[in-house]
Design a protein around this ligand. Structure first.
Ligand code: GLY
Length: 403
């Protein structure tokens, strides 16, 4: 090799190292949002005129698996919600038209009796964003109807919402409340502020207070499911449904807890919830692996060979951006914002679907013990990723350097 050739090789290596550092070390938020828009357009063209919802792309697949709109399908709100966030960021009227189309497909869900607590996920992610961005009365009515439906599952003796009516008999869980249910309190808080009646606020606060008291271990990790007695309302035991074991920290369960109690503090301004969510967050952050994206359960013995759950990371990133704006201690506010940026940087640079698949993210785990949706692309990971990027955009800065 002559001098010229050697120089060329050295410069090429140096350039590629520099690019790699940039690629793994920084978050270009505008670029990430543009990428999400490209993936949304790809997904829309893949769905065409079908009246169904993209739910997942399995590990060996490259196209979305679609599911019909039904009260039994908990994820149907996330795709319309993604379209609303993309519309919010791009102001693209074609995207708005599709957001309207997919949201209104869910009208049927708002007119049925409660199947389970998931009506909150289904309707607040779709109609909640639709009303926020359009102010249309029709959407407000759908939200109020749905809040009243969710409230029918409240058990005053226990003080929480019954998450899964079907499991009362099937598993002999007389009254069961799952941590995921915390997210659905946002629909009740919203409805109470928008003409739905103060009892909806009271139900949400009772649910959060009872959950805070019973559904956490001394280290502030949570049980996925709390089982209560329906006669005197006492807490019987905490168990798991989607985690590794009854006493393990299921990553998405802890993510729901962080997101849920942050939102409850935002809505109530009761400092008890703020001090509590700090502790719930602390155990999650302390136990995270180096790339800020958890394994599907923090206690699975397969670590470091266990599948990751990018959806948990996206949920927590979004929650921590919210929490960073609510926190009254400056050091913690900065810590939460930085942690969220670290998570989004990792997801953006190492977990994107890219050219291979039309999802935003890869590597989420739905229900490991059921052997279902392991290491997949899934619509709720994409929803919370885009929500987090949108929250970051609202904070005003555009380029972020992780710790
Ligand atoms: N809410 C169901 C789940 O997180 O998988």
């Amino acid at each position: 090799m002559n001098l010229k050739q050697t120089l060329f090789v050295v410069v090429t290596i140096l350039l590629s190292v520099a690019c790699t550092v940039k690629k793994t070390g920084e978050l270009d938020m505008d670029q990430a949002l543009k990428y999400c828009h490209v993936q949304v357009v790809r997904t829309l063209s893949e769905i065409g005129t079908a009246d169904s919802i993209p739910r997942n792309i399995l590990k060996d697949q490259t196209r979305w698996n679609l599911v019909p709109v039904s009260v039994t399908e908990w994820t149907v709100g996330f795709w319309p919600g993604i379209l609303w966030y993309d519309y919010e960021n791009t102001k693209d009227e074609k995207i708005k038209k599709q957001a309207v189309r997919f949201t209104e497909l869910l009208d049927t869900i708002t007119r049925q009796p409660a199947y389970d607590h998931d009506i909150g996920f289904q309707i607040f992610t779709s109609y909640g964003n639709a009303y926020r961005l359009t102010g249309k009365e029709q959407y407000k009515d759908a939200l109020l109807r749905s809040a009243n439906t969710l409230a029918t599952l409240f058990n005053a003796k226990v003080g929480t919402i019954l998450s899964w009516p079907r499991e009362v008999k099937a598993r002999h869980w007389p009254h069961n409340t799952i941590m995921d249910n915390m997210l659905n309190l946002e629909l009740l808080f919203w409805a109470a502020k928008n003409g739905g009646g103060s009892y909806l606020y009271d139900i949400a606060v009772s649910h959060a207070t009872t959950t805070m008291k019973n559904q956490f271990r001394p280290d502030y990790s949570c049980y996925h499911v709390a089982i209560y007695d329906t006669i005197d309302g006492h807490f019987i035991k905490g168990v798991t449904h989607q985690g590794y074991s009854d006493n393990s920290m299921w990553a998405r369960g802890q993510a729901w807890a962080i997101y849920g109690f942050t939102m409850v503090y935002r809505e109530t301004k009761d400092p008890v919830f703020l001090r509590f969510v700090e502790k719930v967050t602390d155990v999650y952050l302390r136990r995270l692996p180096a790339d800020h994206v958890p394994y599907w359960d923090f206690d699975t013995p397969d670590i470091p060979n266990a599948p990751k759950d990018a959806s948990a990371a996206a949920i927590v990133a979004s929650a921590l951006l919210d929490l960073s704006q609510l926190e009254d201690k400056a050091v913690l506010a900065k810590k939460y914002e930085q942690a969220a940026i670290d998570m989004l940087t990792s997801l953006t640079n190492n977990y994107q679907g890219g050219k291979e698949k039309p999802s935003f993210l890869l590597h989420s785990t739905g229900h490991f013990p059921n052997h279902s949706e392991i290491d997949v692309a899934i619509n709720y990971a994409d929803y919370y990723y885009l929500e987090a990027l949108t929250r970051l955009k609202r904070l005003g800065s555009h380029n972020f350097v992780p710790n």
